[in-house]
Design a protein around this ligand. Structure first.
Ligand code: NAD
Ligand code: UDP
Length: 316
């Protein structure tokens, strides 16, 4: 049943999480009706508290490993814990969320004729030996390690998306998201940006895993959400997978130094063991996003860290 109105009805799974909450807010601003679905494993009602009274917004406690029936025009499938600590907490549930969740959401998209977006990840490239990573690279992923529940779950979800596309003509949009940060991140989620900022603000030692020479490329959340909307609204023949991330590449030591400078912290650095299978380098090649979507990030690391640090101050 098609919508009678100009605005779209949009389902956001994982809508109470970090990225999901920004996406819900943005879609509402664009005039759409949003159904936010979340099991609140890592997401929080406070991330969307400001939207709860808005008639364009609806929230549903639901686990996407179970069937869901809603009439919508578009689906953004974001549900899945993203921080290594959280996704390794219950690895079987992580794989179920990615795989069974994808089957459920793709089945829903097929049934109601909705276009569906998948929040895939740079983790599909594993510990990459091609640098920077292009979408054509197949990756180097350990299938049986502690990160596999996430990496292989997301890889299988991509497989399902492309099979539903080929077999059932479902309109798909697959984004491979690189490390993103900003307000609404969980202060205890163990990711590097939240860890370093919380440690710096509390004057606690900053924990560098390994020698700190491993690299990541950090995208500010508002840039990423722009990319989500551009991909969803792109021509039907653009299915991806398409890299979304900021190509600015930093070592973890450089990130620590920047956080210390911006917070004015006196924290010292401490070195801890590098987690198993921790990728040594990561940088997106965003040629496709530039050419096909006209998208590229605009917020530098220092610019993006400032509002992020301000947000984390409430938790100190
Ligand atoms: P997050 O942990 O803040 O958000 C994930 C949300 O999904 C949470 O609200 C959580 O409660 C919900 N959720 C988890 N399992 C669920 C289930 N079975 N049913 C319903 N809801 C469930 O993480 P995030 O950073 O906002 O990431 C959102 C998506 O983007 C994830 O799919 C993640 O893999 C992907 N991604 C994020 C990044 C990043 O840097 N933030 C990078 C690559 C990919
Ligand atoms: N990291 C670190 N100290 C921390 C948390 C993470 O040095 O307190 C490192 C981690 O080993 C990895 C990088 O920061 O090399 C990014 O880690 P994160 O968990 O944020 O994301 P991912 O490894 O999934 O990219």
């Amino acid at each position: 049943m098609k919508n009678y109105h100009f605005n779209k009805r949009i389902l956001v799974t994982g809508g109470a999480g970090f990225l999901g909450s920004h996406l819900c807010e943005r879609l509402i601003k664009e005039g759409h009706d949003v159904v936010c679905v979340d099991n609140f494993f890592t997401g929080r009602r406070r991330n969307v508290a400001h939207l709860l009274d808005n008639p364009q917004f609806e929230i549903l406690r639901h686990d996407i490993t179970f069937s869901l029936f809603v009439e919508v025009d578009e689906i953004y499938n974001l549900a899945c814990p993203a921080s290594p600590i959280h996704y390794q907490h219950d690895p079987v549930q992580t794989t179920k969320t990615s795989v069974i969740g994808a089957i459920n959401m793709l089945g829903l998209a097929k049934r109601v004729g909705a276009k569906i977006f998948q929040a895939s990840t740079s983790e599909v490239y594993g510990d990459p030996d091609v640098h920077p990573q292009t979408e054509a690279y197949w990756g180097r992923v350990n299938p049986i390690g502690p990160r596999s529940c996430y990496d292989e779950g997301k890889r299988c979800a991509e497989t399902l998306f492309f099979d539903y596309y080929r077999q059932n003509d479902v309109k798909i949009k697959v984004a491979r998201i690189f490390n993103t940060y900003g307000p609404n991140m969980h202060p205890n989620d163990g990711r590097v940006v939240s860890n370093f900022i919380m440690q710096a603000l509390r004057g606690e030692p900053i924990t560098i895993y390994g020698d700190g020479q491993q690299t990541r490329s950090f995208c500010y959340v508002s840039d990423l959400i722009d990319g989500f909307l551009k991909l969803m609204d792109s021509a039907d023949d653009i299915s991806g997978p398409i890299n979304l991330g900021n190509p600015g590449e930093f070592t973890m030591l450089e990130l620590a130094e920047t956080v210390i400078k911006l917070t004015g912290s006196k924290s010292e650095l401490v070195y801890e063991e590098l987690p198993e299978d921790d990728p040594k380098q990561r940088q997106p090649d965003i040629t496709q996003a530039k050419e096909k979507l006209g998208w590229e990030p605009t917020v530098s690391l220092e610019e993006g860290l400032k509002p992020t640090i301000k947000y984390f101050k409430q938790y100190v």
